[in-house]
Design a binder for this molecule. Structure first.
Ligand code: DX5
Ligand code: ZN
Length: 227
């Protein structure tokens, strides 16, 4: 499978009044995926938006719509998010008692299935669902907010998950605190999808998109260099 480094800007760090233009800008500036953070104010202490917003932004995304659900419970909302046009639907290990069933359901709905692990959650928590996932998301901050500090202890977890994956077609995605300094640590440990919010959108705007491109290239170049 293609394990080249892919940069997935999180629109959590973009202008919420201008999602369409922000998405077109980051894609024009060379991002690979668009990361969409859904928060419910219950599983995490922040609220963003739901499936209707995902559906509204879908036509603006030409690459891959990577929806990160920080919600609990998940199951009764999965169909609405699948219908919104998500390519990847990622749920948290910690979000409910029936992870195996929920992941099967995501695939039944026609989406790629992702599973996310909070910083305190062990790699072993996903041992028995490895054949049900297309993506494992290792959180390198506690989910809920952008702009937090990268948690270095997660490097060991990424190495463990890389071993567990073996030759399965599963992406390892890293989410939280990714910069040109931390991206390479994760690329070296085995990750290939790097989510970045603040580090991509800093210094730019829809009127001045060049910094988005520079930021994306800085993370990609530094991370590819350690491969
Ligand atoms: C955190 C979100 C992340 C966040 C990353 O709960 O899941 O996707 O936007 O933001 P940065 O890159 O600023 O840490
Ligand atoms: Zn996220």
């Amino acid at each position: 499978m293609d394990r080249s480094i892919k940069i997935a800007p999180s629109i959590l760090a973009s202008d919420f009044a201008n999602f369409g233009a922000e998405i077109r800008a980051i894609e024009a500036e060379g991002c690979d995926w668009v990361h969409v953070d859904v928060m419910d104010g219950h599983f995490v202490p922040n609220i963003t938006f739901g499936p209707d917003t995902c559906k509204a932004i879908r036509p603006h995304i030409k690459t891959v719509m990577d929806v990160h659900l920080m919600i609990a419970p998940t199951d009764q909302y999965l169909k609405a998010f699948a219908d919104s046009g998500a390519d990847y639907l990622t749920i948290h290990v910690e979000a409910g008692p029936h992870l195996h069933r929920s992941l099967q359901y995501i695939r039944d709905l026609g989406c790629k299935a992702g599973v996310a692990l909070n910083p305190a959650t062990s790699a072993s928590s996903i041992e028995y669902v490895m054949d049900l996932v297309d993506l494992v998301c290792v959180m390198t901050v506690n989910p809920g907010f952008g702009g937090q500090k990268f948690i270095h202890s997660q490097i060991k977890k990424v190495k463990e998950i890389r071993k567990m994956i073996g030759d399965r077609d599963i992406h390892i995605e890293i989410d939280g605190g990714i910069t040109p300094e931390t991206g390479p640590l994760m690329a070296a440990a085995g990750a290939n999808i790097l989510v970045a919010g603040s580090a991509v959108f800093k210094g730019g705007s829809v009127e001045n998109t060049a910094p988005y491109g520079e930021n994306i290239r800085a993370i990609r170049d530094a991370s590819e260099a350690v491969r």
